[in-house]
Design a protein around this ligand. Structure first.
Ligand code: GSH
Length: 203
């Protein structure tokens, strides 16, 4: 098995944090983002989308999309589940994980316009567009805030894949781009600070 990743990338980090929380070791290949290795013919044969993460299995099959990779690994390692323990809890975790995924997608459009760090994605960043898109980001933060309530983790009292997905974009916004994402949402802010202290959250 081989995981293709960008160590700092939001979506690869969903898998990296999962592996750490699960206690699984998988060999990794760090893609050279600046050198655009992810758009090289060799990598495009592995993942035609030219994005990361990709997990290549021992029989040379590519699994793309962070959520699919995590759920695949979770099926291979059902012990100490991080996706819920019964149909209802799994449904709740998946619902929250998908909200986290939506948050990533909206935040990407926001950050691409807020900064000039993604010229290949947004050659003409616009603060006006960033401010407009942020309304859609805020809508999801409100929903997540209402869901977490006083829980320590998004889906209750134990960490799940919903936390890993949502944490990854908070961390990108806060640590890479100095944007206090979620700081006006007291429950999410406390959740972020607590999760940041976990060893899995270290780069
Ligand atoms: N929906 C995909 C998104 C993957 C994605 O956008 N990855 C980013 C890194 S966070 C990437 O590869 N960006 C490079 C590019 O799009 O050129 C997933 O969940 O894995």
């Amino acid at each position: 098995m081989l995981l293709y990743q960008f160590r700092m990338g939001t979506n690869p980090r969903r898998v990296i944090i999962y592996l750490s929380e699960k206690g699984i070791g998988v060999p990794r290949h760090e893609l050279d983002y600046a050198g655009r290795e992810h758009r090289s013919p060799t990598y495009l044969r592995i993942n035609p989308a030219g994005r990361a993460p990709t997990l290549v299995t021992d029989d040379d099959t590519s699994i793309t999309e962070a959520a699919a990779i995590v759920e695949y690994l979770e099926e291979l390692h059902p012990e100490r589940p991080l996706i819920g323990t019964d149909p209802l809890s799994r449904a709740r975790v998946r619902a929250l994980e998908r909200l986290g995924n939506d948050l990533i997608v909206r935040c990407q459009a926001w950050l691409w316009n807020l900064t000039d760090a993604f010229p290949a994605k947004e050659p003409r960043p616009s603060i006006d567009v960033a401010e407009h898109v942020y309304r859609y980001v805020g809508e999801l933060l409100d929903i997540l805030e209402a869901n977490i309530g006083d829980n320590a983790f998004l889906a209750g009292d134990a960490p799940t894949i919903a936390d890993f997905t949502t944490f990854a974009i908070f961390q990108t916004a806060r640590e890479r781009f100095d944007q206090p994402l979620g700081s006006r949402h007291p429950h999410l802010d406390a959740w972020y600070r607590n999760f940041r202290a976990r060893p899995s959250a270290d780069y």
